[in-house]
Design a protein around this ligand. Structure first.
Ligand code: GLY
Length: 272
């Protein structure tokens, strides 16, 4: 794979933050009917995720304790946008998740000198933000409103990034923008067919998921690997054909709660 400047790359990471799922994980928000998560299995799948970040990807991982105040709190990605230069505390669109941000803020401030915040009436979930190098795609969804999207765009643009809005409010069966697209470096995006005709993605090679494999579009490039949900063979073949090293992880318990691989961590680069 080609190398990119670590400070500008959207997949070169040294650190990650995760949170152990709470015992009331099954009381979180979900739009799917795949059954009730089994807590011991949730913990096993989460442990395997942490091990992949630490051992295979070489990240320094901050593991926050479970917090039963927020059943969705293990989906830490929604609480902040992290770049090599600064962080942005979000303002989640679901009322039950609003408090997750203050529960994360001290940890973010321990790593970042410059921390912005999305403010009322803006709402924004980190899952709606796709970092593609010098461009950030910002999903306007049922969680991220136009005001929140514009606040983030303004922060990004004042720091030299390009911000592109992607309105997904009319799409079916999608929670966040990154439920349906992932930037994997090398000017490539994994995406649902639904995104393929959008002009904003014309400059990218598009790796299209089969409809029955749409869940796997939420994969994450981390350094020289791509974490991908296990058992999505068509996408795995497409990625391996292009030379990527895959780390398949069983995600069934998180899928029951509308969660994907990216949702489970905040990933960022810090100079050694
Ligand atoms: N359960 C993840 C979310 O709805 O935010």
């Amino acid at each position: 794979m080609s190398s990119e400047n670590p400070m500008e790359s959207s997949y070169t990471f040294t650190h990650a933050i995760v949170r152990i799922p709470g015992t009331n994980f099954a009381e979180g928000l979900t739009s799917v009917d795949f059954g009730i998560p089994d807590y011991p299995t949730v913990r096993l799948q989460h442990s395997a995720y942490i091990a992949a970040l630490k051992t295979a990807c070489g990240l320094q991982v901050t593991v926050l304790p479970a917090d039963d105040s927020y059943p969705d709190g293990t989906f830490v990605e929604d609480t902040a946008i992290v770049t090599p230069h600064f962080a942005v505390m979000t303002r989640p669109g679901a009322a039950s998740r609003a408090g997750e941000v203050s529960a994360m803020e001290d940890t973010i401030r321990a790593h970042f000198q410059t921390v912005y915040s999305i403010t009322e009436p803006g709402t924004l979930d980190g899952g709606d933000i796709c970092d593609a190098g010098d461009t950030f795609f910002i999903g306007i969804s049922h969680r991220t409103n136009e005001e929140g999207a514009h606040q983030l765009a303004s922060i990004l643009e004042s720091n030299g990034y390009r911000a592109v809005m992607v309105d997904i409010r009319g799409m079916k069966n999608i929670l966040h923008l990154k439920s349906g697209i992932a930037y994997i470096g090398d000017q490539r995006l994994v995406m649902w067919q639904d995104f393929a005709e959008m002009a904003c993605f014309n400059d990218y090679e598009k790796i299209i998921t089969l409809p029955e494999e749409n869940y796997a579009a939420n994969c994450i490039r981390i350094n020289e690997h791509i974490l991908i949900p296990a058992d999505y063979d068509h996408l795995a073949d497409q990625l391996e054909t292009r030379g990527y090293s895959l780390i398949p992880l069983v995600m069934e318990e998180f899928q029951k709660m509308d969660g994907g691989l990216s949702c489970l961590s905040l990933r960022f680069f810090k100079e050694p």
